[in-house]
Design a protein around this ligand. Structure first.
Ligand code: ACO
Length: 278
């Protein structure tokens, strides 16, 4: 066990025993189905940024302890704070707006830390993946799920626009704008098969355990490749997704020219030639 866990123990971090460069980040509020509070969003940012700077960590797997992956925003200790702040008659409209903006920033920063982390992040989903839980996995690089996984983009039902990543990420992930809009407007549940059919996830496994094992194996395969090449690939995929082809190619050229000065590149090439792991 590493010293990265939040003090509250609501996010646990451990290193995979069979894959020494694979770090597990586990949501750990099982008695609330891993509902997310603003404190947890803040802790997530801290934990992910620490893992990004941990040299031994090459790939991160995100999962949820207990019966569900994540039941969305914590209705008692998250959404209720927003409601209390927004109904505070002592604050004028402008100050309420600023307070709401602060809440949203903390939430966005928590998931953006995952999206921006140069190391690949794999989401292993089981059972409920609701609201901001679904937005959490949209910040990850790879999403896999168990047969019992069920998803919903639930925000409209609680009076919010999905503002922690879904509206900026889901169309790019799925590519079927009509289906994305249907899910966001109706908030209806969709199961693992439907998620797979539309490209929201990439694989289904029979059970939660098999999903987590598969995520660990996938992470292990990636962790045995050149770290700098993998991280460069993530940074460039993200950049190219958000820019034109021409800009993407200029960016990757500049990245590779920078990489040429890295000893890691030489080590990776030597390892490949010698048929050993870098
Ligand atoms: N926030 C706070 N507590 C929660 C949440 C949540 N999002 N989800 C579950 N819990 C708590 C329950 O209150 C319950 O607590 P208790 O044991 O003290 O009564 C415990 O977790 C277990 O929940 P159950 O409802 O008993 O479990 P069940 O398996 O029957 O149902 C389910 C799970 C479907 C996730 C259900 O709890 C639920 O619908 N939760 C709310 C989901 C939701 O609307 N989230 C907000 C989405 S919008 C957004 O994220 C912006």
């Amino acid at each position: 066990m590493q010293a990265y866990s939040a003090e509250s123990q609501e996010i646990l971090v451990d290193v995979s025993s069979e894959a020494p460069h694979v770090y597990h980040m586990r949501l750990n509020r099982p008695n609330r189905r891993n509902a997310i509070t603003f404190e947890l969003w803040g802790e997530m940012k801290t934990v992910v940024e620490r893992l990004e700077h941990e040299p031994n960590c090459r790939v991160i797997v995100v999962s949820g302890n207990g019966d569900s992956f994540c039941s969305g925003i914590d209705l008692q200790d998250g959404l209720s704070n927003v409601i209390t702040t927004m109904s505070n008659g002592e604050l004028d409209v402008g100050r309420r707006g600023i307070a709401l903006g602060r809440f949203l920033q903390v939430a966005q920063d928590g998931f953006n830390a995952i999206a921006k982390c140069q190391k690949p992040v794999i989401a292993a989903v089981h059972n409920h993946c609701i609201g901001v839980g679904a937005e959490l996995i949209m910040a990850c690089d790879i999403r896999i799920a168990s047969q019992d996984a069920n998803f919903s983009i639930k925000e409209v039902d609680v009076g919010l626009a999905p503002d922690v990543g879904a509206l900026s990420r889901m169309q790019k992930i799925v590519g079927n704008d009509s289906w994305v809009r249907e899910m966001c407007f109706t908030c209806r549940n969709f199961n693992a098969e439907e998620a797979l059919r539309y490209g929201f996830i990439s694989r289904i496994y029979p059970t939660a355990k098999e999903t987590l094992d598969a995520a660990t194996q996938l992470a292990k395969v990636i962790s045995e490749k050149s770290p700098i090449a993998v991280q460069g690939t993530k940074v460039n995929l993200n950049y190219s997704r958000d820019h034109s082809d021409a800009d993407g190619q200029l960016f990757v050229k500049a990245w590779n020219m920078g990489m040429l000065q890295s000893e890691d590149l030489v080590e990776s090439a030597k390892a490949y030639m010698a048929k050993r792991k870098p």
